[in-house]
Design a protein around this ligand. Structure first.
Ligand SMILES: C[S@@+](CC[C@H](N)C(=O)[O-])C[C@H]1O[C@@H](n2cnc3c(N)ncnc32)[C@H](O)[C@@H]1O
Length: 306
């Protein structure tokens, strides 16, 4: 069933996602599910195997991921279908289908996107400073954002989306570098600039790669990740049946806060159902040790209906 896998992708918090779904979908003969961040298809495959009566629609804005997951899941026949779309336009992506029992989202980037240098997501691999999850859709690349931004705007991006404490200093270095006609076209150009900008002792204190937070900030900005999340959250209730669940795994505090507040509003202000996770579910020690990406993951779940 699996296509040749050039990427290792271990789905984060998979057992925990399935355990919420098992508890809520228990005994149902058919389950209509949406995997809003299909990626390499790890969650979708697990749902198709766990619920033999399940039909899964997988959404991804990345055509390459979509192709990979489709090949991986083709053995499930018509039980699985894939849609190339932004989950910010959930209604459009699912037009003519639904309502659904399950929505799962595993936010952020996939290992495939990170491991391909030419996509520009990784500070560890050299490639064009692109970072668009859907390059075919056009829009500015990370290099364009840097070239168009003044130091004030860039500092705000680095601080808001990356919580980078040295945001102003790095933004000033970027502006100065470009003003002098310096190149900032590849991931290597940007990491070298950041290394040259921050004194050694500061870099040592940063814990992790000195470019990590700036890369995260640019990726979130380029792909409007928070706007997408906000729009998606606004559309889920109308697409979910009573008794249905939404499960969201996020990787940084900005996303987690948005999910937490929206779930609370659904429960307390709109009376749409109840929050299943008073506190977020976190990966266990073993998963955290095994899978670096899992370290920042948080799972929250909501059940619709009485
Ligand atoms: C962390 S990966 C998902 C991995 C997946 N759970 C698995 O087990 O293979 C996140 C995926 O979501 C996609 N994605 C992120 N933001 C999106 C959006 N706004 N609309 C659609 N897909 C998005 C990315 O392209 C990426 O493939």
């Amino acid at each position: 069933m699996a296509a040749d896998a050039p990427y290792t992708h271990e789905p984060v918090l998979l057992e925990e996602v399935l355990s919420v779904l098992r508890a809520e979908m228990d005994g149902r003969a058919s389950v209509r599910a949406v995997d809003g961040t299909l990626g390499l298809g790890g969650y979708s495959e697990a749902m198709l195997r766990t619920f033999p009566g399940a039909e899964v629609v997988g959404i991804d804005r990345d055509l390459e991921a979509l192709g990979f997951a489709q090949a991986r899941l083709e053995g499930f026949g018509s039980r699985f279908s894939a849609v190339h779309a932004n989950f910010g336009d959930l209604r459009g992506a699912l037009e003519g289908r639904g309502p659904f029992d399950v929505f799962v989202f595993d936010l952020g980037v996939s290992n495939m996107q990170l491991s391909e240098g030419e996509r520009g997501f990784s500070f560890q691999k050299d490639g064009p400073l692109d970072m668009r999850m859907n390059p075919q859709g056009g829009g500015p690349t990370a290099a364009d954002v840097l070239a168009q931004g003044d130091a004030k705007k860039l500092a705000r991006i680095f601080w808001e989306y990356g919580e980078e404490r040295h945001s102003r200093r790095i933004a000033a270095c970027v502006e100065e570098h470009l003003r002098r006609g310096g190149r900032l076209e590849t991931t290597g150009d940007l990491t070298a600039l950041i290394r040259g900008c921050l004194p050694e002792p500061v870099q040592r204190k940063m814990g992790g790669h000195p470019a990590r937070r700036v890369f995260q900030a640019l990726r979130i900005f380029v792909n409007d990740e928070l706007g997408e999340l906000d729009s998606m959250l606004g559309q889920i209730p109308a697409l979910t049946q009573p008794g249905g669940v939404a499960v969201i795994v996020s990787y940084h505090s900005l996303e987690d806060r948005m999910v937490k507040h929206r779930f609370r509003a659904w429960e307390k202000e709109e009376g749409l159902g109840r929050v299943l996770t008073r506190h977020p579910i976190l990966p266990g020690e073993e998963e955290r040790a095994r899978n670096y990406k899992a370290r920042s993951a948080k799972l929250r779940a909501f059940r619709f209906g009485a």
